[in-house]
Write a new protein. Sequence first.
Length: 91
Amino acid sequence: MMHTAVGWHVELEFQEDDQHTRAAAMVRLPDGSEVRAHGRASRHHTDSQQPRVGEEIAGARALNELAMQLLSKAHGEIDQASGHTSHPIHV
């Protein structure tokens, strides 16, 4: 039987101008810690203005960086608990 033990709250915020979109991602973990990451997207001057596309790209990049930080955090916690260096965690 599977039980849900915790939930995570993830936030994404965007800043945009005519050429650039910046995304900030943050996840709050049950232990009270927060992990933060950023992503960027740039619009080529010949592309039409589609803010949603810039948000999707910058958001995906921020979430990807957030995922990599969480994998590194988990890897460090495994090593600390076991007392030795474990195998890398692959995506």
